[in-house]
Write a protein that binds this ligand. Structure first.
Ligand code: 13P
Ligand code: SF4
Length: 299
C-alpha cells in the first residue's frame, strides 16, 4: 500500500502532507508531517501540482486558499474539526456589528468563510506573536476560548473571546492531570494551548504539537506527560527513541483525524477524488488573513 502511494504521488506530481495527529502508517508514508503552521507554510511554498492533505477539512482548505492553482485532495472529505464548526460567518458578522471595531484574530481551525472576515489568522505555534503584532488595544479571538484565554495571559491587550473549544482538549481536567503527575512525578507535563486554563496552570510548558516534539528533543529531561491528542506519540517517540512519553489520557483521541487510511489515500490519488476548493471571492479575502500570519511567522 505504501509503495503504491509513493508511486501514485510521483505519477501525479503530488506531495503528501500529514498532521502530527494522523495514524502512524499515514505519517510514515507522508513527505512532511507537522503542526498546522508548518503544514500551511509548506502548502504555500511547494511546487508540486497536487497536494494530498492528510488532516482535517480546514487544513486542506487553507492549502487551497494559499495555492489555488494546485489540486488539493482531502482523502476523507468527512474529516472535519468540530471546533471549526463552532463559528459561522453569519454569527461572526452579527457579533462584529454589535462590537466596537477591533481586529479579529482567527485560529486556523476555522472555515475559509470565517477567515475571510478576519484581520489575521493564528495557530497554536504563533498565537502570542500574532496578537502582540496588532496595533490595537482590544482584539476579538475566534473560535477557541481556551487559546484566547492563554493568549490573554501573554499580552497587555484586552481579549474578547468566542465560546468555542476543542472537544478533545477541553475534556482534559486538572484531576486527570494530577493523577498522571502522581504516577510519573519525574516527568515534564507538556500541554497544548487548546486545553482549559486550569489545566494549563499545571503545565511545565505550553506548546503546539511540533513545539512539543522539538522541546522533548532539546530537553535534558527523560520523561514527559503529553497533554494533547494521542496521535502525537508516534512522531514524538520516533524523534526521541531514548525518552519516555506518557499520554495524559488515552481518551484524548480526535475521531476526525483518525478517519484517514492508506486505502483512502490510494483511492483519492487514483481517482483524483476529494478535492477541496474555495470560491474565489472568499479565497481572496481569507488569503490576506493567512498570508499576514505566515509572513509574520517567517520574519
Ligand atoms: P497544532 O497546530 O498544534 O498542530 O494543533 C492543531 C490542532 O488541531 C490541535 O487540536
Ligand atoms: Fe479539531 Fe480538536 Fe480534532 Fe484538533 S484535535 S482537529 S481542534 S477536534
Amino acid at each position: 500500500m505504501k509503495d503504491k502511494i509513493r508511486s501514485l504521488l510521483k505519477e501525479r506530481k503530488a506531495i503528501m502532507l500529514a498532521h502530527n495527529y494522523q495514524p502512524p502508517e499515514i505519517q510514515d508514508v507522508a513527505d512532511l508531517c507537522g503542526d498546522s503552521l508548518e503544514l500551511s507554510i509548506k502548502a504555500s511554498q511547494t511546487d508540486a501540482e497536487v497536494i494530498v492533505f492528510c488532516g482535517v477539512h480546514f487544513m486542506a482548505e487553507t492549502a487551497s486558499i494559499m495555492s489555488p492553482e494546485k489540486v488539493v485532495l482531502l482523502p476523507r472529505k468527512d474529516a472535519g474539526c468540530p471546533m471549526a464548526d463552532m463559528v459561522t460567518p453569519e454569527a461572526l458578522a452579527k457579533r462584529l456589528k454589535e462590537m466596537p471595531p477591533m481586529p479579529v484574530v482567527t485560529y486556523v481551525n476555522s472555515s475559509a468563510a470565517v477567515k475571510a472576515l478576519s484581520t489575521i489568522c493564528c495557530t497554536s505555534a504563533n498565537v502570542v506573536k500574532v496578537v502582540n503584532s496588532l496595533d490595537a488595544d482590544e482584539v476579538l479571538m475566534v473560535p477557541d476560548k481556551n487559546l484566547a484565554k492563554y493568549a490573554a495571559l501573554h499580552t497587555k491587550k484586552k481579549i474578547h473571546f468566542w465560546d468555542g473549544y476543542c472537544i478533545v482538549h477541553n475534556m482534559l481536567t486538572p484531576e486527570i492531570v494530577l493523577l498522571a503527575k502522581e504516577k510519573h512525578p519525574e516527568a515534564v507535563f507538556m500541554a497544548h494551548p487548546e486545553c482549559r486554563p486550569e489545566v494549563l496552570e499545571l503545565a511545565d510548558v505550553v506548546l503546539s504539537t511540533s513545539g512539543m516534539i522539538r522541546y522533548a528533543g532539546e530537553s535534558e529531561r527523560k520523561s514527559f506527560i503529553v497533554g494533547t491528542e494521542t496521535g502525537i506519540l508516534h512522531p514524538m517517540k520516533k524523534a526521541n527513541p531514548s525518552k519516555t512519553f506518557y499520554p495524559v489520557s488515552l481518551d484524548m483521541e480526535c475521531r476526525n483525524m483518525k478517519k484517514m487510511s492508506l486505502e483512502a489515500v490510494v483511492w483519492s490519488l487514483e481517482n483524483m477524488e476529494g478535492e477541496v476548493k474555495v470560491p474565489e471571492d472568499i479565497r481572496l479575502r481569507a488569503k490576506e488573513a493567512v498570508r499576514k500570519m505566515i509572513d509574520l511567522s517567517l520574519k
